[in-house]
Design a protein around this ligand. Structure first.
Ligand SMILES: *[C@@H]1O[C@H](CO)[C@@H](O)[C@H](O)[C@H]1NC(C)=O
Ligand SMILES: *[C@@H]1O[C@H](CO)[C@@H](O)[C@H](O)[C@H]1NC(C)=O
Ligand SMILES: *[C@@H]1O[C@H](CO)[C@@H](O)[C@H](O)[C@H]1NC(C)=O
Length: 311
């Protein structure tokens, strides 16, 4: 029957990805929101986070749970990402073929770092991503996308605490306008203020996000610990509908951020993770050549220092 109607079948293709046979539950959505609040990513980095779906991030075939503390080597290569619409997204256009998205990864440093004065390190930036699949979870499709900054795995300074690496999926609407210095492929890892990029580039909503942590050595400043998110306390727990693939039940890792608030040690004028971390490391006598360079170069050589010493 379909063989006789090839044209009709083709016309129907773009609509297929709209069929979200799997949806994340309200509890899944609440859980990821709670994780971001717990880790202080809200409000430190994002003023608000009201996701439309769950971002499943997988390194080497292993799905992460939000806030997982991972080894640097485990996250050295770019992850596989899928997105599962939440219950409020079922009837909407948030995730479907024909839409474009921006995916990125940013280092939001340790809990307590003032994200308004300390830039985030840009580890990955891809514009023009689409989603594929006949049913959710949808895979991100990079065909036709522009990789502005290739994925660069985390490499935080020793002793600078547990860095929060956020992977975010933004809606990229027709208003989107890449800033001129981030509009072509091959821009190396560097620092930026993520919220400024989002507004400059006129990106749409933050549709889904996840995060993990990487720490290098022992934190040299007083650790601030946070407790894990207890999924039983989430109000959505009672209303688990649907067959969500997102594992709200597994959230035990939580945000055990340590080495908080090193921004003070780098002074109010710290303009980057590099400058800030360099000051911290130097104070602890743990400075390496790259760190010393970072000190000398200061804000002028921020990007160079980041590449040389701390990613
Ligand atoms: C979505 O796909 C599933 C399986 O492919 C099918 O059973 C279901 O009816 C579809 N739903 C809609 C709304 O098209
Ligand atoms: C990815 O997108 C391209 C371009 O739209 C499409 O041709 C291709 O089939 C998609 N890949 C998958 C796996 O669906
Ligand atoms: C791009 O230019 C803006 C100023 O317009 C600057 O703030 C930003 O740091 C630059 N980004 C990069 C990656 O060079």
């Amino acid at each position: 029957m379909f063989a006789l109607l090839p044209t009709l079948a083709l016309l129907a293709l773009p609509a297929l990805a709209q069929n979200s046979s799997t949806t994340a539950t309200e509890k899944d959505i609440e859980a990821i929101e709670a994780h971001f609040t717990q880790a202080q990513l809200v409000p430190e980095l994002f003023e608000e986070f009201d996701p439309e779906g769950i971002l499943t991030v997988s390194f080497g075939g292993q799905d992460i749970s939000p806030g997982d503390k991972l080894d640097q080597t485990a996250v050295a290569s770019s992850p596989e990402i899928t997105v599962t619409p939440g219950p409020d997204s079922g009837d909407s256009d948030d995730f479907r073929a024909g839409r474009l998205y921006t995916v990125l990864m940013a280092d939001a440093n340790a809990v307590g770092t003032d994200q308004k004065t300390t830039e985030q390190t840009r580890h990955w930036l891809v514009n023009g991503v689409s989603v594929s699949g006949d049913s959710a979870p949808y895979a991100l499709n990079y065909t036709g996308a522009t990789t502005i900054t290739d994925y660069a795995g985390p490499g935080p300074f020793e002793g600078t605490g547990s860095h929060r690496y956020v992977i975010a999926l933004y809606e990229q609407g027709s208003d989107f306008a890449a800033p001129s210095n981030l509009s072509t492929a091959g821009v190396p890892l560097g620092t930026w203020f993520l919220p400024n990029y989002v507004s400059e580039a006129k990106l749409g909503d933050l549709l889904a996000a996840n995060y993990f942590q990487v720490e290098n050595g022992q934190a040299t400043s007083t650790a601030e610990s946070t407790t894990a998110v207890d999924s039983a306390t989430l109000s959505g727990a009672a209303s688990t509908t649907g067959s969500g693939s997102a594992s709200a039940a597994q959230i035990s890792g939580g945000a055990s951020a340590s080495g908080a608030s090193r921004s003070g040690s780098a002074g109010a004028s710290a303009t980057s993770a590099a400058a800030s971390a360099a000051a911290t490391s130097a104070q602890s006598g743990a400075g390496k050549n790259g760190v010393a360079m970072g000190m000398v170069m200061g804000a002028v050589g921020v990007v160079g220092a980041v590449i040389g010493a701390a990613l």
